[in-house]
Every structure is written in structure tokens, then in C-alpha cells.
Design a protein around this ligand. Structure first.
Ligand SMILES: Nc1ccn([C@@H]2O[C@H](COP(=O)(O)OP(=O)(O)OP(=O)(O)O)[C@@H](O)[C@H]2O)c(=O)n1
Ligand SMILES: C[C@](O)(CO)[C@H](O)COP(=O)(O)O
Length: 229
């Protein structure tokens, strides 16, 4: 069984309001996407890394030159994260075997390390339902609906990170069969809709999703830290 990384990188980062898609913003002088890709190219467990960008992406060629070893750019991005991933998986049908594992990882999570990838593969690589990095909720959780605020029990709640790792055939089927793809915000939820329970493996705060401008400084701080922490 081989492990492949698939990085959806076709979003624009609307919440960032930057002059270019957020995955190309410099972190410590290097585009965010390059940090993310290198987390996989530095991992001996990953056979190849595929990056999904939009057809008209004008940045990818500079950030990920065609001769970057172990990396292929696929210009098949869609209107949503899920569409970008599904389009990439369809294109890789003849390349990745049904039981090979695909690790889907957001371009916007540059703090991933080979150690975290190894932890996920070690804990869930053999699980037919797959698995994902996630963090147990540490804050008190409130719900607010129709003017009523209530407190939710936080026991058993986790925040999903990526990579999210599944057998290729299972993930493609889950995304093809999802009844409401717009409601699917991560890959694991599509697999859960098939009645399966992907394994939760504790991740690390350094693997944050860079979503808001303030996240850039936090991501840079983690990138200066020892990747084994
Ligand atoms: N049509 C899309 C939308 C998002 N993504 C990717 O999905 C990941 C997670 O999405 P998010 O970080 O939320 O990206 P955006 O939707 O681009 O940003 P925002 O939520 O800030 O608007 C990112 O790596 C992004 O590049 C994608 O490949 N195709
Ligand atoms: C997949 C994900 O990173 C899990 O936390 C997240 O849902 C993706 O972000 P989006 O803003 O929902 O696209």
C-alpha cells in the first residue's frame, strides 16, 4: 500500500482579503503553499504529492516549478474544496490504486510536519475507515440559535484538522455519493455518511488553518519551532 498526498489549493481565501490567493502569501519569506508541500516532500512515507489548483491560477507555476521532485500540479480546481478534491481524485484514477491511502491536506495548513504525518499513518494507516488529525475541544462551547444561548457539553468534541486519510476508492465514492456536497466541509464527514467512523488521531496546534490575517503571525511562529514539537 502506498500513501499519496492531495492538497486542495484552489481557494481564494475570501476571509483574508489579500491581494493574491492566501496560499501564496509569504510566511517567513516563502509562499504558504510551498511550506505545505515541503511537509510532504520531507516525509519518507509519502510516495507522491498532488496539488490541485484552478485552471487559471497564475501563481502555481512560480511557486511549484514543473521539475519539483515528487510533486505534480493538477489544474482541475472546482468551485468548492470538495469539488477540487473530487476532481483531483477522478484525474488520478489510473495512477492511484483503490486501496492506496490518500492524505487530503489543506494548502492553508502550512505547519504540518513529517512527524505528525507519521503519527497519523501509524495510528490509522491500516484502518479501512481511514482517519484524521484532530484536537480535543478545550474551550466551553456555546450554541446560539433564534436568540437563545446555551452551553454544549464539550466531552467527546474534537476540532477536525487535516491530513484526512482514506483508501482512494472509499474517498472517491464518499465524495461522489454525498447527498449535499455544499454541506460537506471536510472529507471525513462524507465518509461518515457512508456509515463509517474514521479514527481520530490527536494533532497539534501548529497545524492550524490560516484563515484570518492574525493567523499568519501564529503560523510563522510555529514554523520557526522544532518540527518535532
Ligand atoms: N474551491 C476551493 C476552495 C478551497 N480550496 C482549498 O481548500 C482548503 C481549505 O479551504 P479554506 O482554507 O477555507 O480556503 P478558502 O475557501 O480559499 O478560504 P476562506 O475560507 O478564507 O474563504 C484551502 O487549502 C483551499 O485552497 C480549494 O481547493 N478549492
Ligand atoms: C477540512 C478542514 O480543514 C477541517 O477543519 C476545514 O473544514 C476546511 O476549511 P473550510 O473553511 O471549511 O473550507
Amino acid at each position: 500500500m502506498n500513501y499519496f498526498a492531495l492538497i486542495p489549493a484552489a481557494g481564494v481565501g475570501a476571509r483574508m482579503a489579500a491581494g493574491c490567493p492566501k496560499q501564496y502569501l509569504p510566511l517567513l519569506g516563502k509562499p504558504m503553499l510551498r511550506h505545505t508541500v515541503e511537509a510532504f516532500t520531507r516525509s519518507p512515507l509519502i510516495a507522491h504529492t498532488y496539488v490541485v489548483v484552478s485552471a487559471g491560477d497564475g501563481y502555481a507555476g512560480d511557486v511549484l516549478p514543473a521539475d519539483l521532485p515528487g510533486v505534480t500540479v493538477l489544474r482541475c480546481g472546482g468551485a468548492t474544496r470538495m469539488e477540487s478534491i473530487r476532481n483531483g481524485l477522478r484525474l488520478l484514477g489510473g495512477t492511484i490504486g483503490p486501496d492506496d491511502r490518500v492524505l487530503v491536506h489543506d494548502a492553508a495548513r502550512p505547519g504540518l510536519t513529517p512527524a505528525l504525518t507519521a503519527k497519523l499513518i501509524d495510528a490509522a494507516g491500516a484502518d479501512p475507515a481511514g482517519g484524521l488529525l484532530a484536537l480535543p475541544v478545550v474551550d466551553t462551547v456555546k450554541s446560539a440559535a433564534a436568540g437563545k444561548v446555551a452551553t454544549m457539553p464539550r466531552t467527546g468534541l474534537w476540532l477536525a484538522q487535516t491530513p484526512q486519510m482514506f483508501p482512494y476508492a472509499l474517498l472517491l465514492r464518499a465524495l461522489e455519493e454525498a447527498p449535499d456536497p455544499d454541506a460537506i466541509t471536510d472529507d471525513a464527514s462524507a465518509v461518515e455518511l457512508l456509515g463509517l467512523s474514521p479514527r481520530l488521531v490527536e494533532g497539534h496546534p501548529r497545524n492550524l488553518k490560516v484563515t484570518l490575517p492574525a493567523d499568519i503571525r501564529i503560523a510563522e511562529m510555529y514554523l520557526t519551532m522544532d518540527p518535532e514539537t
